[in-house]
Write a protein that binds this ligand. Structure first.
Ligand code: NAD
Ligand code: TYD
Length: 342
């Protein structure tokens, strides 16, 4: 491995903090410094990274990726040679309420990062992207391949797609060594309770209604977060520059099945389910064809849904304090806005 000082953006969030957890205990990477930048927005939580503080090869810096001067200072001070970019506004429903933070953090933020990567001749830049940039599938369509057209439908996925296009343009135009991963829906510990699985777990624990959009038959391809982390590390180390790698759990499920599974595992009644009006522009189905990463990099998802959902529910049951800390004024306000009138 020739990288020594990796800048990791957005690691106080769900996937980034799981990624640090995935790497930091690994003896093989103890000589690699992990420098995290996160502006601790509503879903960034320093508690998510408390386990890492005792490691000398870990450093946290509170800051915004849109701040070029800060990025330059971090790169110089820490001799950064590579970047893994997680930071983003990540929730579709919030992007429907207000697109601007998505434009700023996801598009402008990525461009700022690319510019410093170019200026300081960063040797490797990995963009963490999403299957949502491909748009929506019909029930009989083949899963997305890396060759599918980019046809995003929500302001969130439009911002991620725009960012991906900028990343590729820096490969072509500026010869920056880029990689893009596009992953399906993640679940696991530390996911902010605005997303389907943690929201339903939290509501079920508290005997609150479980708001299911539309007919509950929208399909997502679920992957346990640690599998996603392993895939990112694989692509980072073995991927070919200028290439996109799809990542998925090969686990398609309609939302209602997920909700019923959670209720059953928590011993709660299906009477808690409440069908509410649909999300505008709601993508019907996502599914990933992951042949490329399987065949070229020899990666496959390891954790099946049954095991993953049990581990996730257990984590939330054992970390009620984590949820209580998060359910702050901002979250309650958002919740009321999103579900209040439904
Ligand atoms: P998250 O919302 O839990 O975390 C995002 C983190 O980014 C937060 O800690 C936040 O504080 C930070 N952040 C946001 N804007 C920032 C800025 N301007 N400067 C510095 N930090 C900033 O999101 P997540 O679910 O962990 O997603 C991480 C990445 O993975 C995102 O790029 C997302 O698009 C992508 N992704 C997510 C999923 C999923 O299912 N959650 C699937 C595929 C891809
Ligand atoms: P979400 O976790 O927001 O991820 P994404 O929209 O990025 O796939 O939602 C997953 C699915 O669950 C999606 O089809 C919307 C649906 N959903 C509900 O039915 N009710 C809810 O309260 C939420 C948050 C999502």
């Amino acid at each position: 491995m020739n990288h020594k000082n990796i800048l990791i953006t957005g690691a106080a969030g769900f996937i980034g903090s799981n990624f640090i957890d995935y790497l930091i205990y690994d003896e093989e990477i103890k000589d690699i410094n992990l420098i995290v930048i996160d502006n601790l927005s509503y879903c960034g939580n320093l508690n998510n990274l408390s386990f890492a503080e005792k490691f000398s090869n870990y450093k946290f810096i509170k800051g915004d990726i849109c701040d070029s001067a800060l990025l330059e200072k971090i790169i110089q001070d820490n001799n950064i040679d590579s970047i893994i970019h997680f930071a983003a506004e990540s929730h579709v429903d919030r992007s429907i309420m207000d697109s601007t933070p998505f434009l700023i953090n996801n598009v402008l933020g990525t461009v700022k990062l690319l510019d410093v990567a170019k200026k300081y001749k960063i040797s490797k830049y990995l963009q963490v992207s999403t299957d949502e940039v491909y748009g929506s599938l019909g029930s009989d369509d083949h899963g997305f391949t890396e060759k599918n057209n980019i046809t995003p439908n929500s302001p969130y996925s439009a911002s991620k797609a725009a960012a991906d296009h900028f990343v590729m343009s820096y490969y072509t135009t500026h010869k920056l060594n880029v990689l893009i991963t596009r992953c399906s829906n993640n679940y696991g510990p530390k996911q902010f309770p605005e997303k389907l699985i943690p929201l339903m777990i939290q509501n079920a624990i508290n005997n609150k209604e479980l708001p299911v959009y539309g007919d509950g038959m929208n399909v997502r391809d679920w992957i346990y977060v640690k599998d996603h982390c392993a895939a990112i590390w694989k692509v980072f180390n073995e991927g070919e520059f200028g290439e996109v790698y799809n990542i998925g759990g090969e686990c398609e499920k309609p939302n209602i099945e997920i909700v019923k599974t959670i209720l059953k595992k928590l011993g709660k009644s299906e009477k808690l389910i409440k069908y509410v009006s649909d999300r505008p522009g709601h993508d019907r189905r996502y599914a990933m064809d992951i042949s490329k990463i399987k065949n070229q990099l020899n990666w496959t998802p390891k954790i099946d849904f049954e095991k993953g959902i049990e581990a996730t529910i257990d984590w939330y049951l054992n970390n009620l304090e984590w949820i209580n800390d998060i359910v702050s004024g901002e979250y309650l306000e958002y919740y009321k806005k999103q579900y209040g009138e439904k």
